[in-house]
Structure formats: C-alpha cells, structure tokens
Design a protein around this ligand. Structure first.
Ligand SMILES: [Zn+2]
Length: 160
C-alpha cells in the first residue's frame, strides 16, 4: 500500500542536529505513528517526502529550523522574580503561563539566577537545523473514526 491521504504510517526515525549528533530516536516498541494527509500530526516536510512511498522506503531529510521546530521567539524567553515562582517547580520542569498576547503556553524552567527564574517557552529544538533519517515500517488505511478524529488510534496512537 502506498502512503496517501488517510493512511496511517509507522516510521522508525533518528533525529540529529545538523552536525550529526543524535538527539532522539524511535525504538522498536515505540515507533512514530501518524495519520497522513495534512492533519498536522507530523511536519509537512516529512509528509511531502513520504507521499506516494511504501514500506521499506528510507529517506534523509535535512531541515532548516523554519521547516522543523520553528525559529526562536525571544518574547517567549523571560525572567520572573523567584518570589512569584510556584513552589515545587524545578529547573527542567514546566509550568503553564501566558504569552504577551495572553495565550496559554507551557514554559520550561531554564535556570535560577540570583533572585530571578529564567523561563523559556520555545520548543527545545527551536532555531536548530535538524536531520531526520526515516524508514517506513508500515502503511495501512485509516479507519473512519481515525479520519474523523484527525489522529491515529490503537497501539501507538491515542487511547480513548
Ligand atoms: Zn480519537
């Protein structure tokens, strides 16, 4: 079966930075599974590269930040006084806040510097050029329910 709109694609992947340093990879038990066809389950560049391909297809994609995890938005990097900081949140932890536009957003606690806590709401890989090595492990037709929900159900998908 070919990858086309409304197919469920199982991928093994390796994600590296532009220098080839491995950042993340799928495991045998935890592949990446997504619903193909513009449902924003994965990056558009990945869908573009896989469209029309089948099981066994391998591809390496070198992506600029804007095609991967986005550019950094410096307005999402901020310092708050330690006194306003909720107890129990540690460096590396996350907390819910609001952007300058008042939209709810998750911030990562970067570090504590004197009486300030530095937060960053950017994706950890924002501003980074990355490389994906992808192998297609399975392709199947999506169910009507998956198409209606715009995501994959089952072993590696949503459970509900
Ligand atoms: Zn669902």
């Amino acid at each position: 079966m070919q990858i086309q709109k409304d197919t469920v694609v199982t991928l093994h992947y390796k994600l590296s930075d532009a220098k080839g340093k491995l950042l993340e990879q799928s495991t045998k038990d935890q592949p990446m599974v997504y619903l193909h066809g513009g449902y924003e389950n994965t990056l558009p560049k990945i869908e573009e590269a896989l469209d029309g391909q089948a099981v066994g297809f391998k591809v390496t994609l070198n992506l600029e930040p804007q095609d991967a995890f986005g550019l950094r938005d410096e307005s999402l990097a901020r310092a708050i006084p330690k006194s306003e900081f909720p107890p129990g949140v540690k460096v590396g932890g996350q907390l819910q806040g609001r952007t300058d536009d008042g939209v709810e957003h998750v911030f990562t606690v970067m570090k504590v510097k004197g009486d300030k806590v530095l937060l960053d709401g950017n994706h950890p890989l924002a501003g980074t050029a990355v490389r994906f090595d992808l192998t297609v492990a399975d392709v199947r037709a999506a169910s009507d329910e998956e198409i209606a929900h715009k995501h994959v159900h089952g072993a590696h998908g949503h459970h509900h």
